[in-house]
Structure formats: structure tokens, C-alpha cells
Design a protein around this ligand. Structure first.
Ligand SMILES: [Zn+2]
Length: 90
């Protein structure tokens, strides 16, 4: 259990190191929602109130769509598919 947690924590650290842009964008959203600059909306697809910010473009950190966990996964998958199709735009 403790080791699993440690491994997870290491994965997060590793992820931040490999994805500084994404980490920065997520942090900006967190701060913007907290100080009222950005409004949290329900899931775009199903209206679930427990929404998460989804970035289509990490170079525009405050431009996000809101999805629940399930639809966020689907939106991320769709974006990855698009990135595969147009790697030069990433
Ligand atoms: Zn949803």
C-alpha cells in the first residue's frame, strides 16, 4: 500500500517533469477557478457537476472545456488521436 503510493507519487513527479506545459496549465486553471477569474461549468456532454478542466491546446492555458471524469477521458483520447494525425502541429 505504502509502496504503491510512493510509486504513484513518483509517477506524478515524473509526469510533471515530462509535461511542464500541462502541469503549468492545470495549475493556472486551479488558481483561476479559486480566485474567480474562471468559472467552472458542468460537464459539456452530460451536465455532471463534478467537472474537470480539459485543455485542447496547452499553449492557451486558460481556454478550457469542462468534462466529467468519463467524458474528460474521451476528450483526451480524441485529442491524442488528432495529435497523432498532425504531429507537426503539436
Ligand atoms: Zn460527462
Amino acid at each position: 500500500m505504502t509502496r504503491d503510493y510512493k510509486r504513484l507519487a513518483m509517477m506524478v513527479v515524473d509526469w510533471k517533469r515530462r509535461n511542464p506545459e500541462k502541469y503549468k496549465a492545470q495549475k493556472m486553471i486551479f488558481v483561476a477557478v479559486r480566485n474567480g477569474t474562471l468559472k467552472r461549468y458542468p460537464c459539456d456532454v452530460c451536465g455532471d457537476q463534478k467537472s474537470e478542466a480539459h485543455h485542447e491546446d496547452y499553449s492557451k492555458p486558460l481556454k478550457v472545456d469542462w468534462y466529467c471524469k468519463k467524458h474528460h477521458g474521451e476528450a483526451d483520447k480524441a485529442r491524442r488521436e488528432r495529435e497523432k494525425l498532425s504531429p507537426t502541429l503539436v
